[in-house]
Every structure is written in structure tokens, then in C-alpha cells.
Design a protein around this ligand. Structure first.
Ligand code: GRG
Length: 282
């Protein structure tokens, strides 16, 4: 699927995600309006929505309707957003801008940003556990994937190792281990959880996991290469240089695409998303 076709695919499917995110995060709801504003600040208008797109494309790869993966798409985007809000806090990266706009703590204050992140994380689980018309074992599986990806074995553990990262002993293996948890874990959750909600069997899920694990690391290596400062301690460029990083990202992309072969044409959106994610220029 060429990039233009992928854009058309996204234009047809992402409005469903926006609608579901709006429904999950009303301006006025059963929670304080001030909290709703802080929670919505980074969710809308949002970023690339890559993780939701992966969840929907994964459902299509197994021959199901993309909408069956919608609860997973919303849940991963809420977790992704919470992690960005907390990552930007003064006690972490202390960033004033995210996606060209003031970060949540700059716009709403630090306490509200911490609480908005906490609330988005809990809301992600609420959305997934309330997935309509899905059998309990699929919901349970997807929820466990989300908990793993969000917890100590996933983004939080990856973030701790990233904060502690010693660039003087950086090697490719330890960098990829951080990338796999900090970035890859949510990709895996979106893809595998999305397919499970849509009725995927164990063989399909194993292949999709192989795809998403490789894509997650390749995406983060590509992100390292795009980093304008290039001074991140845990960057693949430190150990391999720009050329080595690009070669490693391409090798992982190739392996990710190989894992999709048994799915045939139905996996075209997943293939195109992988190429776009790894070869992007911003
Ligand atoms: C604070 C619990 C906690 C975790 C922080 C995910 C994370 C760990 C930090 C965010 C910063 C970062 C560089 C994460 C790596 C993943 C990544 C490349 C995020 C950006 O993802 P995109 O490009 O963002 O999909 P958009 O803006 O498009 O949604």
C-alpha cells in the first residue's frame, strides 16, 4: 500500500477513534471540569495516532472489522498520552512544549498534570474493561496486555532504566532493551490486544507480536535519528552512528514485515504503517 493510499485508509478510520476518544473524555462529565480540561489538553488534537491505527489495522489483518479493536485503540492512546504528560513534568524531562503547544503542566499546573496523567491511565482500563460485545476472555487478555505494557515490565520500567542510563557503558543490547519497554510495549499491546478483541487466534497473535516487537524498537531508533539535539544518553546513534542506526532500523523493519507474510493482502495497512513509522522525516 503506497503512502497516499495509507493516508486515505487513515482518513476513513481515524474519525472513529476521535469520536470514541471524545465519548471517553467529555468536556463535562462525572468528574471536575478542571480535571477534564487537563486530561483533554494533550489528547486533542493529539499526535499521529499511530498506536490506535495499529490496533485497527491489526484487526483488519485477521479479517475482522477495524471497529472491533476500537476499545484497544482508545486505551493505548490514553496510556500513551498519560506517559507523555508525566514525561514532560519538571521532575522528568521538564519540557515546556509538546507537539508545538504548551505542555500540560505549563497550561494547567503541575498538580493537575500529575492528576490528569493518573486519571487517563485509570480511564484507559475502564474503557477496555467496558468494551461492548466482546467475550470476557478476550477483554481479560487485552487488559493484561495493557497492564504489562503500562507497568514495571513496560513503559515505567523502561523509563526508569532510561533515566538511570549510563552512556559510558551504552551498548546496542541495553539500548534496544529500553526501547522495547519504553516504546515497543505499547505497540505490542495495540497490535496484539487489538487483534485479540477482534477474535484473533493464538498463531495470528504470535506473528503479530513478532511484528510489533520489531516495529517498536525500529520506530524508537528512527526517533533517535530524528532527535535534533542527538544528546540523549540512551540513543542508538551513540553506539552505531547515524548510518548504523538507519541500517538497524531497516533490518528490524524487514523482520517485522516478514512476520506479516502469512496474512497476505489484509496486512497491507500494517505494512504501510510500519514503513511510515520507521522512514518518517518528522
Ligand atoms: C513517565 C510513565 C512514564 C513513562 C514515560 C513513553 C515515555 C515513557 C516517555 C515519552 C517520551 C518518549 C521519547 C517516548 C518514547 C516513545 C515515543 C517515540 C513517543 C512519541 O510517540 P509518537 O511519535 O508521538 O507516536 P505522537 O505525538 O505522534 O503521539
Amino acid at each position: 500500500m503506497p503512502e497516499g493510499e495509507l493516508r486515505g485508509w487513515l482518513a476513513l478510520r481515524l474519525p472513529q477513534v476521535e469520536q470514541a476518544l471524545e465519548a471517553a473524555l467529555p468536556v463535562r462529565g462525572a468528574w471536575p471540569e478542571r480535571l477534564a480540561a487537563a486530561m483533554r489538553h494533550l489528547v486533542f488534537p493529539g499526535g499521529k495516532r499511530l498506536r490506535p491505527a495499529l490496533a485497527l489495522a491489526s484487526a483488519e489483518a485477521i479479517g475482522a472489522d477495524a471497529s472491533r479493536a476500537l476499545p484497544m485503540a482508545v486505551a493505548v492512546e490514553l496510556i500513551h498520552t498519560y506517559s507523555l504528560i508525566h514525561d514532560d513534568l519538571p521532575c522528568m524531562d521538564d519540557d515546556a512544549l509538546r507537539r508545538g503547544r504548551p505542555t500540560t503542566h505549563v497550561a494547567h499546573g503541575e498538580a493537575q498534570a500529575v492528576l490528569a496523567g493518573d486519571a487517563l491511565q485509570a480511564l484507559a482500563f475502564e474503557v477496555l474493561l467496558g468494551a461492548p460485545g466482546v467475550d470476557a476472555s478476550a477483554v481479560c487478555f487485552a487488559t493484561q496486555e495493557l497492564a504489562r505494557a503500562a507497568g514495571p515490565r513496560g513503559i515505567v520500567g523502561g523509563q526508569v532504566d532510561d533515566l538511570d542510563f549510563d552512556p559510558t557503558c551504552a551498548d546496542a543490547k541495553s539500548i534496544e532493551s529500553v526501547h522495547a519497554r519504553k516504546t515497543g510495549a505499547l505497540f505490542v499491546c495495540a497490535v496484539v490486544g487489538g487483534a485479540r478483541l477482534a477474535g484473533g487466534d493464538a498463531t495470528s497473535l504470535r506473528r503479530l507480536r513478532d511484528y510489533a516487537e520489531r516495529l517498536g524498537v525500529a520506530f524508537q531508533i528512527a526517533d533517535d535519528a530524528l532527535d535534533a539535539d542527538g544528546d540523549d544518553a540512551c540513543s542508538y546513534l551513540r553506539v552505531a552512528g547515524a548510518r548504523g542506526a538507519s541500517e538497524r532500523a531497516e533490518a528490524l523493519l524487514h523482520e517485522a514485515l516478514l512476520a506479516l507474510e502469512p496474512f497476505g493482502a489484509r496486512a497491507e495497512p500494517l505494512r504501510a504503517l510500519a514503513r511510515m513509522g520507521v522512514r518518517r522525516s518528522e
